[in-house]
Design a binder for this molecule. Structure first.
Ligand code: ADP
Length: 161
């Protein structure tokens, strides 16, 4: 059983995140989408909301699970028996950040490999921050996030969170 952890903020989950997770299940038997449960600062959705949105988005995705964690990512990965971390790459600036993070994680635990998947060809421009920005400014990010996420965004911005 090869298990990978795909960690992120998922604030909120986008179609691009789901594409990476789905593609990761071609390589791994189980892919755990792991929400880092950190203090609320700068996040639109609470940890519980981000988990609920992820659970609903992945309910029919075989091999994909959702969990929250509060410790170092490599320590969480080891605690669930994962052999790898999965992250996605869009741009050169993503590459720099992910490469540096991969080196740090390798220094912390070199038994866990980091697998960087290139953005799916339809998703290179998709980001959670663009989704939040569009929703905040009154445009539905229809091709960026699944319908239940659009509904959650509507709720946030029409009811003031
Ligand atoms: P974080 O705050 O940890 O960067 P995100 O939720 O923004 O978390 O992203 C989680 C992971 O998904 C990161 O590796 C990010 O590069 C990747 N990712 C986000 N959007 C895309 C995309 N459009 N294509 C490929 N990978 C993506």
């Amino acid at each position: 059983m090869r298990i990978a952890v795909y960690p992120g903020s998922f604030d909120p989950v986008t179609l691009a995140h789901l594409d990476i997770a789905r593609r990761a299940t071609r390589i791994f038997d189980r892919v755990i989408m792991a929400v880092f449960d950190r203090p609320q600062k700068n996040l639109l959705f609470t940890t519980e909301e981000r988990l609920d949105l992820l659970r609903e988005a992945t309910v029919s995705m075989t091999g994909v699970e959702v969990m929250a964690y509060q410790i170092l990512t490599v320590d969480f990965a080891r605690s669930v028996g994962a052999c790898a971390l999965v992250r996605g790459l869009r741009t050169v600036s993503d590459f720099e950040a992910e490469y540096q993070m991969a080196q740090i994680n390798q220094a912390l635990d070199d038994s866990i490999e980091v697998v960087l998947l290139a953005a799916g060809r339809h998703y290179g421009h998709v980001s959670s921050s663009a989704v939040r920005e569009m929703a905040a400014l009154g445009r539905e990010p229809v091709n960026f996030a699944p319908p239940h996420v659009l509904a959650a965004l509507r709720e946030k911005f029409t009811r003031g969170g």
